[in-house]
Ligand binder design. Structure first.
Ligand code: COA
Length: 656
């Protein structure tokens, strides 16, 4: 069992700063712990003694004779260190520091001091600057939220405390049950990875929702997230763009994407489901926490209205939901339950006259068919099928489908009666939505989760590359004050990794170029070699397709003239002569170490339009073959590599 378990299931809790005044944070926390039904020891601590919420108040930690696993610290910032020390000496395992006024306001040193003191005594800190923690496992609401949290299958880890408190309120409105909600605040010690690793193995948690603003230990987070999504769905709302990421994006590879685009790609690589809003995240979490794994993704849409059917079809395309389209089979299955003026083509239109029996029959017909894995029933409110009947029918169908482990969901669009029916059904965990797109998105995310689980492969092939020799080359460049490699150094690295390069040489003078051009072979390419000119074609420093010595002479003079006109101070070390290779598709491969996320790789369309087309994909390293292939397939230009319109498969040409 993960050692963090006593944070979620403590034997006793102390609240330091337990206030006698109702409405104060230190008072609300004690009140919530009692009200949530926590069965362990509750120890309010306040030097004034007396009672808080009917419990004896201890003057200090020493006065408590029993062991305490968790402390909530709710005293002003200047008193927090003493409280942390007192808890550490008492043997407290986890300290939830609610207090604000540390690194988030520039008080960094004081925060570091808290961590040092805690570590010296083996105590861990959550926070500071948090709202606390709710754990269904312990029936413990140690937050200053509004209380009445409904226990259930969704765990929330949030960096924003205020938003977390608001989410507690919203889970109540949306009838979402929580297994835990915890805010990480400044993450001075325990961070989202620690919590994720615990919650992912906790039985009662079926889905994890994370709200993240900034990532601190990116590489560790990526590892934890990859592991977690293999076990259960993780929905991530990632807001804000990191300033450090934006600065790093100024480098050549990074400039092809904002930091957020890279984060987005990595979240996907890790198998997380990224949501844009709380509403979206909540609906995915609700659905994913109850829906079974689909045996097949072939889906049918059953509707009483053409319009919603079309909308759902569009949404299916957007969310990658395959619609079952064997028209003969569809006709066989659905014509007994579809009027002649309806449609048995998927979406199945059972028409506006359909009521509960028609929906039930159509869904039963779908359910009986092995090749149909999931169903979505759409309903536009009509007089022939009132909301009361709808409610009962959806509940029955949902139960039947769930027993048979088939994913099903419903969208019902209509007036007040329908809205009320939806609220009541949601309370009973029936997946019904008042918006078609929202409903389809949930099914799409269910498929995406299981698809990534099935197809992801996190094992790596052995590779036998002399990395020490590569390190020596890059070290030498760095030691000579360069942040880029010369053509010769690049060539050496290519040789080490086994990538073929066309024959070439660098000529320092026109005479040398003429002496060596035959050895390179015609047709050839000439490219300027200058530490001051990185983008050679911009400076007119590249001439292609030279067939004889006269053309070499002309090209030499043209390159020299154009480059000096481009940058008169440019140091020109010579001109590289390379064998001209057959036309192909230029690709770019890049990598850099992101200060937060660690090593990142990039693949995409290369050539002079690379910055304009921005047709690139990103992944966190390390990568295996499967992921590299997925990365290539993700670019818009991937079909070019396979050959389009009868062209033969093209060879890749790397960009200079
Ligand atoms: N040990 C225990 N209790 C102590 C104490 C000590 N050494 N010294 C004082 N106290 C008591 C106080 O007497 C008071 O109790 P009382 O109301 O019965 O007199 C209680 O602790 C709280 O202290 P007080 O000075 O009244 O502070 P406060 O309640 O106004 O504010 C915080 C304390 C922690 C709430 C405040 O500093 C803070 O950080 N607020 C922001 C919290 C926040 O938003 N966090 C992020 C959430 S998302």
């Amino acid at each position: 069992m993960n050692t963090i378990s006593s944070l979620f299931n403590p034997s006793a809790v102390a609240v330091i700063g337990a206030s006698h005044t109702p409405g104060k944070i230190g008072h609300s926390i004690v009140k919530n712990i009692i009200a949530s039904g926590y069965r362990g020891g509750i120890y309010p601590v306040n030097p004034a003694g007396g009672e808080v919420c009917g419990l004896r108040c201890f003057k200090d930690m020493e006065a408590i004779s029993d062991p305490v696993d968790v402390a909530c610290t709710v005293v002003p910032a200047r008193m927090v260190h003493d409280a942390v020390l007192a808890c550490a000496l008492k043997g407290v395992k986890y300290n939830l520091i609610i207090t604000s006024g540390f690194s988030e306001t520039g008080n960094i040193e004081e925060e570091k001091k808290l961590v040092r003191t805690a570590r010296d005594h083996g105590m861990r800190i959550v926070g500071p600057n948090i709202f606390g923690l709710y754990s269904a496992e312990a029936y413990m609401d140690a937050t200053f939220g509004t209380g009445n949290i409904k226990p259930g299958p969704v765990a929330i880890i949030t960096q924003s405390g205020a938003l977390g408190l608001a989410m507690i309120g919203k889970t109540g409105v949306e009838s979402i049950g929580l297994s835990a909600i915890v805010s990480v605040g400044n993450k001075c010690d325990i961070d989202e990875s620690d919590l994720l690793e615990y919650l992912v193995q906790q039985q009662r948690t079926k889905v994890i929702l994370m709200y993240i603003e900034g990532i601190k230990q990116g590489e560790r987070f990526i590892r934890s997230l990859k592991k977690s999504t293999r076990v259960k769905p993780v929905v991530v709302i990632k807001a804000g763009r990191s300033a450090r990421g934006a600065a790093a994006a100024a480098s050549h590879t990074g400039s092809l994407a904002g930091a957020d685009e890279i984060v987005d790609a990595i979240l996907k690589q890790c198998g997380a489901l990224r949501a844009d809003s709380i509403a979206e995240a909540f609906s995915w979490c609700t659905y994913l926490s109850n829906a079974p794994e689909p045996a097949t993704e072939q889906t049918v849409i059953i509707t009483n209205g053409g319009g919603v059917g079309v909308m759902a079809t569009d949404a299916c395309e957007r969310y990658d939901i395959p619609l079952y389209n064997d028209s003969e089979a569809l006709r066989d299955i659905f014509s007994p339950v579809t009027p002649s003026f309806g449609s048995t083509k998927n979406p199945i239109d059972i028409t506006g006259g359909a009521a509960a029996p028609e929906y039930s029959q159509a869904l039963d017909a779908a359910l009986d068919h092995d090749r149909i894995g999931a169903a979505m029933a759409l309903y536009c409110e009509t007089a022939v099928f009132p909301a009361a009947d709808l409610e009962k029918m959806l509940e029955d169908i949902h139960r039947r489908y769930t027993d048979l482990r088939r994913p099903v969901l419903f969208a019902a669009v209509g007036g007040e009666d329908i809205e009320h029916a939806i609220i009541r059904l949601r309370k009973k965990n029936v997946p019904v939505f008042n918006d078609v797109y929202q409903a389809v998105a949930c099914m799409g995310k269910l498929f995406e989760h299981y698809r990534q689980k099935r197809s992801r492969c996190d094992t790596f092939e052995d590779c036998d590359i002399d990395t020490a020799a590569i390190d020596a080359i890059t070290r030498e460049a760095r030691e000579s004050g360069r942040s880029f490699l010369s053509a010769r150094e690049s060539r050496d690295i290519m040789r080490i990794v086994g990538i073929k390069m066309p024959a070439s040489c660098v000529a320092r003078s026109l005479d040398e170029a003429l002496a060596r051009c035959e050895e390179v072979g015609f047709p050839l390419v000439m490219k300027v070699v200058s530490p001051d000119i990185i983008h050679k074609s911009d400076a007119g420093g590249v001439v292609l397709d030279l067939h004889n010595r006269d053309e070499v002479i002309d090209a030499w003079q043209a390159i020299m003239q154009r480059c000096l006109a481009y940058l008169s101070s440019a140091r020109i070390d010579g001109i590289e002569l390379s064998a001209m290779i057959e036309p192909g598709v230029e690709t770019i491969v890049g990598a850099r170490r992101d200060p937060v996320l660690g090593p990142i790789a990039m693949f995409g369309q290369g050539g002079i339009y690379v910055e304009v087309m921005k047709d690139v994909s990103f992944r966190a390293l390390p990568l295996n073959r499967l992921e590299i292939l997925a990365m290539m397939k993700q670019t818009r230009s991937y079909p070019l590599l396979l050959g389009v319109r009868g062209e033969a498969k093209k060879r890749h040409r790397r960009s200079a």
